[in-house]
Design a protein around this ligand. Structure first.
Ligand SMILES: Nc1nc2c(ncn2[C@@H]2O[C@H](COP(=O)(O)OP(=O)(O)OP(=O)(O)O)[C@@H](O)[C@H]2O)c(=O)[nH]1
Length: 201
């Protein structure tokens, strides 16, 4: 039996040092590096995940958070199916920057599905007074923009797999819906023989 293959471009956006690289590194390589090395201008990693009868390959673009590379990060967002917009739960300014990136995506990539990700939740679990981004503010913002939100830790791995799994699952469902609408393909009946690669560059 041949599994159907779909590729999804996923971009990570957010202020510098919020933990974008660490999130990808934890998800793809099950590893955490405590040494900070700024990303310039972007890094690419891919990981495949099986969702039902499909193999979804997440093509993950980890962008630079620094102001200097804002224009580049914008370019890397082009054609993304999903964006994980990160902010550091212990830095309120990073949430303002997340709002900025959401606005950018809404203006330029209207079909891109947005996921909000509050990082470093291990620090909050250790000491709740370190939380500088209010949970209810995020919830309200997420409802307003129709996004899902996660709080993760790349140290403990908390919610990291769950976040990427959700991205892959949503993409897989939208790919099925697209194929059924556009091509009249019944995936349930054709899954043994039909091989499909959907490229969202
Ligand atoms: N406690 C804690 N520290 C983290 C976590 N994730 C990242 N860090 C630390 O935060 C710093 C920045 O992490 P990066 O992953 O490099 O951040 P980035 O968003 O990719 O940064 P840029 O490449 O400059 O945009 C590093 O010192 C990491 O070790 C986390 O989940 N918990």
């Amino acid at each position: 039996m041949t599994a159907m293959k779909v590729d999804a471009k996923v971009v990570l956006l957010g202020e510098d040092s919020v933990g974008k690289t660490s999130l990808v590194e934890r998800y793809v390589n099950h590893h955490f590096c405590p040494i900070y090395r700024t990303t310039v201008p972007a890094e690419f990693l891919a990981k495949s995940i099986t969702i039902g009868d499909k193999v979804v390959t997440l093509q993950i673009w980890d962008t630079a958070g620094s102001e200097r590379y804002k224009a580049m990060s914008r370019l890397y967002s082009r054609g993304a199916s999903a964006a994980i917009v990160c902010y550091d739960l212990t830095e309120s300014s990073s949430f303002q920057k997340a709002r900025f990136w959401v606005k950018e995506l809404q203006n330029c990539e209207e079909h891109c599905k947005i996921y909000l990700c509050g990082t470093k939740n291990d620090l909050i679990k250790e000491d709740s007074s370190k939380r500088k981004v209010n949970y209810h503010d995020v919830q309200e913002f997420a409802d307003e923009i129709g996004a899902q939100y996660f709080e993760t830790s790349s140290i403990t791995g908390n919610n990291v797999d769950g976040l990427f799994h959700k991205v892959a699952e949503d993409y897989s469902n939208s790919a099925s819906a697209f194929m059924q609408e556009e091509k009249g393909v019944d995936l349930g009946q054709k899954k043994d023989s039909y091989f499909y690669t959907c490229c969202h560059h």
